[in-house]
Ligand binder design. Structure first.
Ligand code: DMJ
Length: 622
C-alpha cells in the first residue's frame, strides 16, 4: 500500500472536499495506527538519538545539568532524577566530543608546542592551588603607604630624661651588637657562652631576634642596624620549613614584628613576608570549630595541641591573641580570610556559658567545650583580654563587640579574682575550679597597663575606679621587685603563708628579662605623668645593668633573691622587642608612637589604628 493512500488529507484525488468523517471505521483505525506510530518515532528521535538530547539541553535547559546540580544540590524527586540522568549523559557526551577534538588538535601539534602547552597547564594548576592554600605574595594588591604619625620621636627637653633615654639606646646597642656578633641569624643569643640559641617554639624558622628587634631599632633611629636587619630578612628569612611551630609565638613575634616594620618604614618586603607567613598559619584553623591548633607543621599544614593542655584543648591566650595581626593581614593582602578566622573565634566564645562570667583557659577545638575550669590573667589567659580591648581601640573604637567582651570580662575578673592583701596590696589571683590560688605571675603585671589603657572608655563612670586599680597593680608589681635582693621581679609571687608579693617556691624565683612590669610603668606614666613611674623604671634599668648585663649581651637570672646573680645564659628576643622599647618610650615624649594612632601588640609591636575617617586611613588596599 502506497503511503499516499494512507494519508487522510491527500487521499483519493477524485474525492474533492471529502471530509475525514467520511472515512470508514477500518480506515480510521489504520490512520490512527499510522499517526501514533509517527508520533512515537518523533519522540524516540528527540529523546534517544544522540543529537536530539543535545538539542534538548541546548534549547530547553540553557545551562548544563551538571552545573545546575552543583549550584542547587541534587534533586530528590524521581522524575527529576530521570531528567538529571539524561542531562548528565548529555554532558558526558559533550565532554567526550570535546576531548576527542582536543586530542585531534594535539596530535597535529609539534612536540615543542605540546611541551609548551604542558608548562602552561602546570602553571595554571600551581596558581589555582595557591588560590586555596597560599596567595602569590609577589602579586599583592596595590597599597598606598602613608606613615602614621610619631614613628620616630625627638630628644626630651629635660636633661635627665634625655640622658636616661640615651642610656636605654646604649643598652639596645649592646644587646643588638652582641647578638650580631655571636648569634647572627639564630633565634636568640646565649650571652654568657656567646653563641646562638634556638627555642623549638619557632620550628626551623630563624632570626627571631632580628624580626622582633626591627621596630625597636627603627624607633630608636638605629638605621644602620635597621638596614642590616632588613637585608637579612630580604635574603634569609624563610618560612618554607618542614617543622612544627607555635602559632601564637610565630604570630606575635614574626607576623607582628614584620607588620610593625612595614608600617614604620613602608618597605614592601615586610608586607610580603608578613602575608606569606600569615598564609602559612591559616591551616591551623582547620578544626571542627575553627578554634586553631596551638602547634602547626608549616609544610604539611597538620596541627595539634600541646599534649599537656587539658585533654587536647587549645589555650585562651594563644587562640585569643591573633586578632590584631590578622585584621591587619586582611587589610594588607586584600584577603578577607584572616579577619573571618579571628571573628569566628569570638562567635564560638560568645555561644558558650562562662562560669561567673570568666573565660576558662582551655577550650577543646573539636567539641567547642571548655576544658578544665582554670582562669588566669597571667600565663595561658593574659593577652586574650588585652586583645579584646586593643581590637576595639585599633578599630578606632568601632568594634563594639570587642569592647563589650573586654569590659564584661574585666568586671568578672574584678569580682572573682582581684583581691587586696592584709598589707594593702591589690593583686589578681588565679582560679582553679572555683578555688582561688593567691598567686600573681610576672606576666599578670601587664594588667596594670591594660586597665589604664581601657579606663577612659569604661562604662558607667568607672574611669577613675579603673585608673586606681591600674595604679594599685603597678604598685604591687613594683613591690615584687623591691622585695628581692637583685631588685628584679620573680616569675610569680604569692600572698599566702604569711608572705606578700614574694616568691616562695624555688621554681618561681627566676627573672628572664620579661617586660610586663615596665610595660605597666610606661602606660601609667603616659596617663598620669606621675614621676614615680619613671623612677621605678630607672630602678629596673640599674638592676638590669648591674645583674643582667654581661660582656656578650644581657642574661636572665635564676634566683632574684640570691645576693649574686646566677645567669641563665639566654637573651630573650622579647628583651629587645619589649623591655627595651617600653623603657625607651617611658623616657620619651608622648608624641612618640601616640596612643591615638598606634596600638601595641602583645610583643610590643606597634600597629596603626585603622581610622574610620576615610581621609586618615593609613595603607588602604586599593
Ligand atoms: C612575650 O612574648 C609576650 O608579651 C607574651 O604576650 C607573653 N610574654 C612574653 C614576654 O614575657
Amino acid at each position: 500500500m502506497p503511503v499516499a493512500t494512507l494519508l487522510p488529507f491527500t487521499a483519493t484525488p477524485n474525492r474533492k472536499s471529502a471530509s475525514p468523517t467520511s472515512f470508514r471505521l477500518t480506515e480510521k483505525f489504520i490512520l490512527l495506527l499510522v499517526f501514533s506510530a509517527f508520533i512515537t518515532l518523533c519522540f524516540g528521535a528527540i529523546f534517544f538519538l544522540p543529537d536530539s538530547s543535545k538539542l534538548l539541553s541546548g534549547v530547553f535547559f540553557h545551562s548544563s545539568a551538571v552545573e545546575t546540580n552543583t549550584r542547587t544540590g541534587p534533586d530528590s524527586s524521581d522524575s527529576g532524577s530521570a531528567g538529571n540522568d539524561d542531562r548528565v549523559l548529555a554532558k558526558i557526551r559533550k565532554d567526550h566530543e570535546k576531548a576527542l577534538l582536543e586530542a585531534k588538535d594535539t596530535l597535529q601539534k609539534r612536540p615543542d608546542e605540546i611541551k609548551q602547552d604542558i608548562i602552561i597547564e602546570k602553571e595554571k594548576v600551581v596558581k589555582e592551588s595557591m588560590g586555596q592554600g597560599g596567595k602569590d605574595v609577589n602579586n599583592l594588591p596595590f597599597v598606598e603607604y602613608r606613615r602614621p604619625p610619631g614613628a620616630t620621636g625627638h630628644e626630651p627637653l629635660d636633661p635627665e630624661t634625655r640622658d636616661r633615654r640615651a642610656k636605654i639606646k646604649e643598652m639596645m646597642k649592646h644587646a643588638w651588637d652582641s647578638y650580631r656578633r655571636y648569634a647572627w641569624g639564630s633565634n636568640e643569643l646565649r650571652p654568657v657562652s656567646k653563641q646562638g640559641h634556638s627555642s623549638n617554639l619557632f620550628g626551623d624558622i630563624k632570626g627571631a631576634t632580628i624580626v622582633d628587634a626591627l621596630d625597636t631599632l627603627y624607633i630608636m633611629e638605629m638605621f644602620e642596624e635597621f638596614d642590616a636587619a632588613t637585608d637579612w630578612v630580604e635574603k634569609n628569612l624563610d618560612f618554607n620549613v618542614n617543622a612544627e611551630v607555635s602559632v601564637f609565638e610565630v604570630n606575635i613575634r614574626f607576623v607582628g614584628g614584620l607588620l610593625s616594620a612595614y608600617y614604620l618604614s613602608g618597605k614592601e618586603v615586610f608586607r610580603r613576608k608578613a602575608v606569606e607567613l600569615g598564609e602559612k598559619l591559616l591551616p591551623a584553623f582547620k578544626t571542627p570549630t575553627g578554634i586553631p591548633w596551638a602547634l602547626l607543621n608549616l609544610k604539611s599544614g597538620i596541627g595539634r595541641n600541646w599534649p599537656w593542655a587539658s585533654g587536647g584543648s587549645s589555650i585562651l591566650a594563644e587562640y585569643g591573641t591573633l586578632h590584631l595581626e590578622f585584621m591587619h593581614l586582611s587589610k594588607l593582602s586584600g584577603n578577607p580570610e584572616f579577619a573571618q578566622k579571628v571573628m569566628n573565634i569570638r562567635k564560638v566564645l560568645n555561644r558558650l556559658d562562662k562560669p561567673q562570667g570568666l573565660y576558662p583557659n582551655y577550650l577543646n577545638p573539636n567539641s567547642g567545650q571548655w576544658g578544665q575550669h582554670h582562669v588566669s590573667v597571667g600565663g595561658l589567659g593574659d593577652s586574650f583580654y588585652e586583645y579584646l580591648l586593643k581590637a576595639w581601640l585599633m578599630s578606632d573604637k568601632t568594634d563594639e563587640e570587642g569592647k563589650k567582651m573586654y569590659y564584661d570580662a574585666l568586671q568578672a575578673i574584678e569580682t572573682s579574682l582581684m583581691r587586696k592583701s592584709s598589707g594593702g596590696l591589690t593583686y589578681i589571683a588565679e582560679w582553679k575550679g572555683g578555688l582561688l590560688e593567691h598567686k600573681m605571675g610576672h606576666l599578670t603585671c601587664f594588667a596594670g597597663g591594660m586597665i589604664a589603657l581601657g579606663a577612659d572608655g569604661a562604662p558607667g563612670d568607672k574611669t577613675g575606679h579603673q585608673m586606681e586599680q591600674a595604679a594599685e597593680i603597678a604598685r604591687t608589681c613594683h613591690e615584687s621587685y623591691a622585695r628581692t635582693a637583685l631588685k628584679l621581679g620573680p616569675e610569680a609571687f604569692r600572698f599566702d603563708g604569711g608572705v606578700e608579693a614574694i616568691a616562695t617556691r624555688q621554681n618561681e624565683k627566676y627573672f628572664i628579662l620579661r617586660p610586663e612590669v615596665i610595660e605597666t610603668y610606661m602606660y601609667m606614666w603616659r596617663f598620669t605623668h606621675d614621676p614615680k613611674y619613671r623612677e621605678w623604671g630607672w630602678e629596673a634599668v640599674q638592676a638590669l645593668e648591674q645583674h643582667c648585663k654581661v660582656e656578650g649581651g644581657y642574661s636572665g637570672v635564676r634566683d632574684v633573691y640570691a645576693p649574686t646573680p646566677n645567669h641563665d645564659d639566654v637573651q630573650q628576643s622579647f628583651y629587645l622587642a619589649e623591655t627595651l622599647k617600653y623603657l625607651y618610650l617611658l623616657f620619651s615624649d608622648d608624641d612618640h608612637l601616640p596612643f591615638d594612632h598606634w596600638v601595641f601588640n602583645t610583643e610590643a609591636h606597634p600597629l596603626p589604628v585603622i581610622k574610620k575617617d576615610k581621609t586618615d586611613r593609613p595603607n588602604e588596599v586599593e
